[in-house]
Write a protein that binds this ligand. Structure first.
Ligand code: THU
Length: 140
């Protein structure tokens, strides 16, 4: 396994242990490699008002943006599944498309047994919604 893959898989599996999922009992962990070389992790966080739940992937990506990094180069997602659950969900694929770096973005789908299924973001989200953003000017 290459180094980044190994690191992201390890971090995603660790983050999965923090999943707050009393309703679905489905724990998910995620780890993204920021373009800044830092790893950002997340787990799913559910809510009694079910629709407020946030997936592990988006928690990790939003942490990355909130800490000043806008692009990621790879992501690992950990579930207990055998690779057939289809993570990341389509909503997360859209968010991933927004925040991707250029080039190929590997998506590692892993589980505690050590299995890793590998796809690219282009395979998982071939035609994301895009909108030209006007030049950014943040509030003072
Ligand atoms: N979930 C994720 O965290 N990521 C995905 O890609 C799919 C679904 C979470 C949301 C919810 O807490 C639980 O898994 C079951 O849907």
């Amino acid at each position: 396994m290459d180094e980044i893959k190994e690191l992201l898989v390890k971090k995603a599996l660790e983050a999965r242990k923090n999943a707050y999922c009393p309703y679905s009992r489905y724990s998910v962990g995620a780890a993204v490699m920021g373009e800044d070389g830092r790893v950002y992790t997340g787990c799913n966080v559910e809510n009694a008002s079910y629709g407020l739940t946030v997936c592990a992937e988006r928690v990790a990506l939003f942490k990355m943006v909130s800490e000043g990094c806008r692009r990621f180069t790879a992501i690992a997602v950990a579930t207990a599944d055998d690779g057939t659950d289809g993570v990341p969900c389509m909503a997360c694929r859209q968010v991933m498309s927004e925040l991707r770096a250029g080039g190929e973005i590997p998506v590692y789908d892993c589980d505690p047994s050590g299995r890793v299924y590998e796809h690219t973001l282009d395979e998982l989200a071939p035609m994301p919604f895009t909108l030209a953003a006007p030049e950014e000017e943040a509030d003072e």
